[in-house]
Design a binder for this molecule. Structure first.
Ligand SMILES: NC(=O)c1ccc[n+]([C@@H]2O[C@H](COP(=O)([O-])OP(=O)(O)OC[C@H]3O[C@@H](n4cnc5c(N)ncnc54)[C@H](O)[C@@H]3O)[C@@H](O)[C@H]2O)c1
Length: 255
């Protein structure tokens, strides 16, 4: 997929890994529609990056809002070829605490945003991509999801988050198989620990301690490193149906 002539929808594009990906794709000449709940940050980033970047507000869990963002790609830029799923939440919660069992709605909310939201963007983006003319490789689109290494090594207090990210991992090959007949690829990145606003709330000592658990390089990952992999995945048509860990060899312990 050639980035210079493509339009990307980036869900969760107003912050962190999504923002870094938006900056990278825009710098490669792609048009970008940022889709995010955070209107202020999304509008600010779109204004900063210029006329090739637009913002559409809403939640990944809402059909109408995602459809409107997909249509924005069509009306403003003539079509959608790339969808990047970066929207997500990481609300912690143990199964049993002094307050009793983890409330079901707390578990369901994390799964609803991270897993169902990712699928919502995937299916609506795929429906739009299906109408694209194939490029010279026969490709109509690429959908890039974000899981987490918590899908494999969920820590204490991460039961909902790990389940939601495990769902994204399992969905990847099935979705790639479903969409192969239209020349639409599906690839997932499973990041380790990245320095984004998601981790910024932690005290510096906790951030340092997390970084030291990473074999090499022993530091938090940078958004640009995630974005560089996203760019490569988009460009390389043989990458399909795969989940790629991006974690400096980190294997998380129980806590
Ligand atoms: N930072 C890390 O270390 C790390 C590690 C593994 C996986 N991840 C995953 O990467 C993704 C991006 O995380 P990040 O670190 O950039 O976090 P972030 O909080 O900086 O960015 C997440 C963005 O998603 C948006 N968002 C949240 N819920 C939404 C919804 N319902 N609809 C639309 N937008 C919504 C937020 O407004 C925010 O702009 C998440 O899925 C996260 O689980 C992050």
């Amino acid at each position: 997929m050639k980035l210079s002539s493509a339009t990307a929808l980036i869900a969760g594009g107003a912050s962190g890994l999504g923002e870094a990906t938006a900056r990278r794709l825009a710098s490669c000449g792609a048009n970008v529609v940022l889709f995010d709940l955070n209107v202020e940050r999304g509008q600010g980033l779109a204004a900063e990056l210029g006329p090739g970047v637009r913002f559409a507000g809403g939640s990944v869990t809402e059909e109408e809002a995602v459809l409107a963002a997909v249509e924005r790609a069509q009306t403003d830029f003539g079509g959608l070829r790339i969808a990047v799923n970066c929207a997500g939440i990481a609300t912690p919660g143990r199964i049993l605490s002094r307050f009793g069992p983890l409330p079901l709605d707390q578990f369901a909310r994390v799964v609803e945003i991270n897993l169902v939201g990712t699928f919502n963007v995937l299916r609506l983006a795929a429906a739009a991509m299906q109408r694209n003319e194939p490029d010279e490789q026969g490709e109509r689109g690429i959908i890039l999801n974000t899981a987490s290494i918590a899908a494999y090594e969920g820590q204490v207090g991460q039961v909902a988050y790990a389940a939601s990210k495990g769902g994204i991992v399992s969905m990847t090959l099935a979705a790639a198989r479903d969409l192969a007949q239209w020349g639409i690829r599906v690839v997932t990145i499973a990041p380790g620990l990245f320095d984004t606003p998601l981790l910024a709330g932690l005290p510096e000592a906790a951030r340092q301690s997390l970084a030291q658990q990473i074999p090499f390089p022993s530091r938090l990952g940078m958004g640009e490193e995630f974005a560089a992999l996203a760019e490569h995945i988009i460009a390389n048509p043989m990458l399909n149906g795969e989940v790629i860990r991006l974690d400096g060899a980190l294997r998380m312990g129980p806590r």
